[in-house]
Design a protein around this ligand. Structure first.
Ligand code: URA
Length: 205
């Protein structure tokens, strides 16, 4: 496993894990994606934030949350006064899953088998980072975090004791905000998202 050996360096263990994930064939998503988008951030981070899967731009850049959802995410983090450089940011599934429509690649949801296959990497990341607080953004991340399907509205905005130790926190996915047609509703939903992130950070201090 990725657990740092006694005397071993945790950053080296993380790098080795990342290198291994680059060649992952645990499910079929690697066949069409450009590359594995592994988590990033300090291995000693107290907070881990989990998304669903890389999008089009993340797939090309090889980094999580750098596209449109990433812009919303960055803005929310800034409003919540959380420095992204202090957080370990990753996804429940590490390859982009899409359908081609002409030249465009349209995001499609990872299925239970893909989530299960990718759970291995997620667990290895958790063994190394050992986050005190894990924020799951959206239903896919929440399912990976809690090991079962949950309703975001019923779970969001409060600390959840995780069986493996540490706290969990469920909130919406930033892409959800991008899909909201009503601007004033979207603003309210954004404010609630910021409030969730702030609450998670507060529960840490
Ligand atoms: N959406 C996600 O869930 N993760 C990303 O990295 C980008 C978009």
């Amino acid at each position: 496993t990725a657990q740092a050996r006694p005397g071993g360096n945790i950053e080296d263990a993380w790098q080795a894990l990342r290198d291994e994930a680059a060649h992952c064939t645990r499910c079929d998503l690697y066949r069409h994606a450009t590359q594995t988008v592994f988590g990033e951030g300090p291995v000693h981070a107290r907070m881990m934030i989990v998304g669903e899967q890389p999008g089009d731009q993340e797939d090309l850049a090889g980094r999580p949350f750098v596209g449109p959802a990433g812009e919303v995410f960055d803005r929310a983090l800034a409003d919540a006064r959380i420095d992204r450089d202090t957080v370990y940011v990753t996804n429940a599934v590490k390859h982009f899953k899409f359908e081609s429509r002409g030249k465009r690649r349209i995001h499609s949801r990872p299925d239970a088998g893909e989530m299960q296959a990718c759970r291995w990497w997620y667990e290895q990341e958790r063994l190394l980072v050992k986050p005190e607080m894990t924020v799951a953004m959206g239903a896919t991340a929440a399912r990976q975090l809690l090991g079962k399907a949950v309703t975001i509205t019923a779970m969001r905005g409060r600390a959840i004791e995780l069986p493996e130790s540490g706290l969990g926190w469920v909130t919406i996915h930033p892409s959800f905000l991008l899909r909201m047609p009503d601007k004033s509703r979207a603003e309210d939903a954004f404010a609630a998202f910021v409030e969730d992130l702030r609450g998670a950070a507060k529960a840490l201090s």
